[in-house]
Design a protein around this ligand. Structure first.
Ligand code: NAD
Ligand code: ZN
Ligand code: ZN
Length: 380
């Protein structure tokens, strides 16, 4: 292999020039990593809703031209000054929210909300010098959430990379960079259902199905899926969902339907919809005395959560989570191991695969609501 350390690399990247317009595969220049930065060769990336939201830029601050992408697997090409725990050749998963290991959040056992590297969707440049490492003939191209994985090479802060087992297949574990870990961790780290318990999952998209997978791994005996789209149940069965409720098919509120099905309520519920109505139902459907509800979905700007305080006094607990409470560098390697020892199944999340040159197809699948995860192969 040619040694490219310290040099500008020219490679292909999928550039979003304008909101909502198809990405264009361009030759870009990728500058070498600066202090505390790492340049990574991306081998596989996948598409998540967050990429699509910010590409559409409806309601978000538009920042273009930009290189999107935040679920990926790659190999370290070179490291900048001060980087001691990664070396060229290491296998890594870039993560949209980092772990600096120095701040109060990183030092707290209870938090993964790093002060330095917490998700920032408005910043399109690197922290070190406030500039981009991507350019086309001298014109800077913005980064996205510190990862920009729709490029054959990218530069990230060292704190945004989880070093993983090099034996793990990157075309599978790349989906652990965002949505799947979020849902899985919401159940395993926050809801923590006991073996034999009953768990309700609101929203059976990729995140909700990962929450269901967590409940299956935890040994839940009943997993009740709730979605407005009834056909989602068929697919959800593969993820351990045993029963299904469509709120639209009932006259009474879904929390009452679930209370009747479960003799007073579920032990745990995980909300993965982003709908404020589902959030309230997810809370009110847990059993009094011990029930715990976990909110994962991102609500609309003006939403407010309304419930009678008696619901809390009756010993129900309401929690929320960010990235499934996983600390990316400290905890993701062990999630990869769960896949390696066959506890966690990832193949069933991967419904499509496209070569990099056809990345716009992945956007089409997501916009049509087709499938769960589309793997984009960078070598094709
Ligand atoms: N907290 C975090 O760290 C984090 C990370 C990633 C994603 N998310 C959020 O998780 C949510 C789910 O993501 P996804 O990619 O699986 O989305 P998705 O759109 O694929 O799935 C959402 C599902 O919820 C269903 N739904 C919508 N309203 C509903 C309602 N009122 N009752 C029941 N079901 C309803 C939809 O039919 C759909 O099947 C999103 O809000 C996303 O922004 C949060
Ligand atoms: Zn930190
Ligand atoms: Zn994501």
């Amino acid at each position: 292999m040619v040694n490219t350390a310290g040099q500008v690399i020219r490679c292909r990247a999928a550039v979003a020039w304008e909101a909502g317009k198809p990405l264009v595969i361009e030759e870009v220049e990728v500058a070498p990593p600066q202090a505390m930065e790492v340049r990574v060769k991306i081998l596989f990336t996948s598409l998540c809703h967050t990429d699509v939201y910010f590409w559409e830029a409806k309601g978000q601050k538009p920042l273009f031209p930009r290189i999107f992408g935040h679920e990926a697997g790659g190999i370290v090409e070179s490291v900048g000054e001060g980087v001691t725990d990664l070396r060229p050749g290491d296998h890594v998963l870039p993560v949209f929210t980092g772990e600096c290991k120095e701040c109060r959040h990183c030092k707290s056992e209870e938090s993964n909300m790093c002060d330095l590297l917490r998700i920032n969707t408005d910043r399109g440049v690197m922290l070190n010098d406030g500039k981009s490492r991507f350019s086309i003939k001298g014109q800077p191209i913005y980064h996205f959430v510190g990862t920009s994985t729709f490029s054959e090479y990218t530069v990230t802060h060292v704190g945004s990379l989880a070093k993983i087992n090099p034996a793990a297949p990157l075309d599978k574990v790349c989906i652990l960079s965002c949505g799947i870990s979020t849902g899985l961790g919401a159940t395993l780290n926050v809801a923590k259902p006991k073996k034999g318990s009953t768990v309700a999952v609101f929203g059976l998209g990729a995140v909700g199905l990962a929450a269901a997978e967590g409940a299956r791994i935890a040994g839940a005996s009943r997993i009740i899926g709730v979605d407005l789209i009834s056909k989602r149940f068929e697919e959800a069965k593969k993820f351990g969902v045993t029963e299904f409720v469509n709120p639209k098919e009932h006259e009474k509120p879904v929390q009452e339907v679930i209370a009747e099905m479960t003799d007073g309520g579920v032990d745990r519920s995980v909300e993965c919809t982003g709908s404020i109505n589902a959030m309230v139902s997810a809370f009110e459907c847990v059993h009094d005395g011990w029930g715990v509800a976990v909110l994962v979905g991102v609500p609309n700007k003006d939403d407010a959560f309304k419930t009678h305080p008696m619901n809390l006094l009756n010993e129900r607990t309401l929690k929320g989570t960010f990235f499934g409470n996983y600390k990316p560098r400290s905890d993701l390697p062990s999630v990869v191991e769960k896949y390696m020892n066959k506890e966690l199944e990832l193949e069933k999340f991967i419904t499509h695969e496209v070569p990099f040159a056809e990345i716009n197809k992945a956007f089409e699948y997501m916009l049509k609501g087709e499938g769960l995860r589309c793997i984009i192969r960078m070598d094709a």
